[in-house]
Design a protein around this ligand. Structure first.
Ligand SMILES: *[C@@H]1O[C@H](CO)[C@@H](O)[C@H](O)[C@H]1NC(C)=O
Ligand SMILES: *[C@@H]1O[C@H](CO)[C@@H](O)[C@H](O)[C@H]1NC(C)=O
Ligand SMILES: *[C@@H]1O[C@H](CO)[C@@H](O)[C@H](O)[C@H]1NC(C)=O
Ligand SMILES: *[C@@H]1O[C@H](CO)[C@@H](O)[C@H](O)[C@H]1NC(C)=O
Ligand SMILES: *[C@@H]1O[C@H](CO)[C@@H](O)[C@H](O)[C@H]1NC(C)=O
Length: 210
């Protein structure tokens, strides 16, 4: 009985052919067919729902890209302690951006900066670019560092004399993940690293990121 009640809304033939109800053989065949049909339709709906759910969860769910500072190289370096302490350098930061999404990641107005004792020592440096779906791409960002941006230089004198200058670097990548033409999601990723410049041989050591 329960079976019959269940199949009732999906069995429109019963509405139109009431005369068939007199014939129990016909009626049974029809019922069996409509039950099978119901199972097929139901299975198809369930499978489609699972597919859409998996598609939405795996493919359309935007994930944050990961950003890494792979290396910093000193392209040019000039420094002096007298008459005034001064440090000018061109640093090239190689960053890699890994895009785990099934759509491209396009970023712009993103910034890479260097700081001395928490104070930014470079002018505004913005970067832009794009990373294809499920790809990792490297970018070289050249940054001009000038100690003239510092108001307090007492510690800089000591660092210049010791030959080691500690810097930190911040990267803020702001972009959009393009999953399908109409679906764009904003994603922002920040990175914070510290390092030391060895003034004598112009090398970067102890590059640590978190
Ligand atoms: C650094 O650059 C400034 C101008 O941008 C200049 O006045 C200064 O002399 C430079 N310092 C060194 C050590 O070259
Ligand atoms: C991706 O970036 C490259 C250069 O970095 C550029 O030539 C290309 O047009 C960009 N593609 C899109 C879709 O923005
Ligand atoms: C970035 O610069 C470094 C050193 O100059 C070089 O080895 C590397 O191949 C460059 N990477 C890219 C992506 O241009
Ligand atoms: C970067 O990390 C250092 C510690 O590693 C922390 O003191 C500093 O506040 C961080 N800066 C930003 C802007 O998150
Ligand atoms: C630079 O000098 C420091 C010590 O002053 C040393 O530890 C480091 O290995 C040197 N680096 C290179 C590339 O020569």
């Amino acid at each position: 009985m329960a079976e019959e009640i269940q199949s009732w809304p999906l069995n429109p033939s019963r509405l139109n052919h009431r005369s068939d109800e007199e014939n129990p053989v016909f009626n049974n065949i029809r019922k069996e067919r409509s039950n099978k049909c119901f199972v097929y339709v139901f299975t198809a709906i369930v499978l489609q729902s699972i597919f859409i759910l998996v598609f939405a969860l795996v493919v359309l769910r935007p994930k944050s890209p990961s950003v890494k500072l792979r290396s910093v190289t000193v392209k040019s370096l000039r420094y002096t302690t007298s008459p005034l302490p001064s440090l000018n350098a061109t640093l090239v930061a190689e960053i890699s951006i890994k895009n785990p999404n099934f759509g491209s990641f396009k970023f712009e107005n993103s910034a890479v900066s260097f700081l001395y004792e928490g104070k930014q020592i470079n002018g505004k440096k913005t970067v832009k670019g794009n990373v294809s779906a499920r790809e990792t791409k490297r970018f070289n960002v050249s940054v001009e560092v000038r100690s003239s941006r510092l108001s307090e230089k007492q510690n800089l004198v000591n660092d210049l004399n010791s030959g080691i200058v500690k810097l930190s670097s911040l990267a803020r990548i702001v972009g959009k993940v393009h999953l399908i033409k109409i679906l764009k999601t904003k994603k922002t990723k920040e990175m914070n690293c510290t390092m030391s410049i060895n003034l004598k041989n112009r090398t970067i050591k102890d590059l640590l990121c978190n």
